[in-house]
Design a protein around this ligand. Structure first.
Ligand code: KG4
Ligand code: ZN
Length: 339
């Protein structure tokens, strides 16, 4: 089955062609980073308008790359949520219009399910069941995954997502948007001995997270010290270290609690090298397996959406005539597919 994937939930316009037999045939990502950089964050209305400009050419581009025509497609998968409503509506409207015109089934994909299944695009994919750590700009969640659509939320952030905390702290340090990668880069020059940040919510039972206090801690540390480059790097180091340690502690706890031995990490923050190294170490020490997506599939992309949609379409699911986009949407509300 050949599926066209469309992703427009935030500030990346992305398209992909995934085939159930031949794997990923082509994918394209256009990042709006430059458009939003001067505002220091995503401006929803500008994002929607840019998706309108870029989406059609990007669909054409994947077809050309894969040397296929749109009429070859067996189904269309588009991100229907969660995300920015106006941005989601662009992908939803075009996806559903194409499906209607081509008389092909369409499937609304949950953006976080896309992230969660992104490691399945790997030559060595994880096997169910596993614990997934979803760490993106909008979400920080630990999920028990027993199969596609069989999700149990184990814990999540009660305030800022990990990526959001990276971005806000980076902004405080006057780093360019998006802050995560820039902060991680600056942290390499930091002195590990200088500051120690707290590890929020690790001293009590449970698997929830809280990251907004770390940003405030960074703010006070900055105010109390000299405003020079070394101090910025030292704050970046201490912040990154605290986030990584907190995520590590909670992942270890989730694996112990569920008795599962496979951990999957996905979402933009899973590109973080320190986090990967820390979880690799955990796997080595305890005999666990850790999977994360290839770098290009960590941040937003349509390959993961086409993959997730393809699994659901192959299981016989598809949308009815009504259509919707959801700014908020719980993973636990998704129907399971039996395989
Ligand atoms: O999954 P994603 O592309 O978009 C959302 O669905 O939110 O994640 C973007 C987030 C941003 O907050 C970005 O700063 C963060 O992922 N990020 C990183 C790194 N690369 C991206 N955070 C820390 N270290 C990185 N290397
Ligand atoms: Zn995402």
């Amino acid at each position: 089955m050949l599926v066209l994937g469309i992703e427009t939930s935030c500030d990346e316009t992305a398209t992909a062609l995934y085939d159930s037999e031949r794997g990923l045939l082509a994918h394209e990502v256009y990042s709006q980073i430059e458009l939003h950089a001067e505002y220091g964050g995503v401006v929803p209305e500008l994002a929607s308008r840019d998706h309108i400009r870029k989406l059609t050419p990007l669909i054409r581009q994947v077809c050309e790359k894969a040397k296929l025509a749109l009429t070859d497609v067996d189904g269309i998968a588009y991100t229907a949520g969660p995300g920015l409503l106006g941005a989601l509506l662009v992908g939803t409207t075009l996806g559903r219009t194409l499906a209607f015109t081509l008389d092909k089934p369409a499937i609304a994909v949950h953006h976080m399910e896309g992230h969660l299944l992104a490691p399945m695009l790997d030559p060595n994919p994880p096997e169910f069941p596993f614990v997934a750590l979803l760490v993106s700009g909008g979400h920080t969640q630990l999920v028990q995954v027993d199969g596609i659509g069989k999700y149990t939320l184990l814990g999540e952030s009660v305030d800022d997502a990990a990526g959001e905390a990276f971005d806000k702290t980076a902004k405080l340090l006057k780093l360019p948007y998006p802050g995560g990668p820039a902060l991680a880069e600056l942290a390499k020059k930091g002195n590990p001995e200088r500051f120690t940040f707290p590890r929020p919510m690790t001293d009590r039972p449970g698997l929830d997270f809280s990251f907004s206090g770390l940003k405030t801690f960074a703010l006070y540390t900055q105010r109390e010290n000299r405003d020079d480059e070394q101090t910025k790097a030292d704050i970046a180091y201490a912040f990154e270290h605290a986030v990584v340690e907190t995520l590590f502690i909670k992942c270890r706890r989730a694996l112990e609690q569920t008795g599962l031995t496979t951990l999957v990490m996905a979402g933009g923050v899973s590109a973080n090298q320190k986090l990967r190294a820390r979880l690799d170490q955990l796997a080595k020490d305890k005999g666990y397996e850790v999977h994360y997506p290839q770098n290009e599939f960590c941040t937003d992309n349509a390959a993961m959406i086409a993959y997730a949609g393809c699994q659901r379409l192959m299981a016989g699911q598809h949308e009815g005539l009504e259509f919707y986009s959801k700014a908020r949407w719980s993973l636990e509300d998704l129907p399971a597919i039996s395989k």
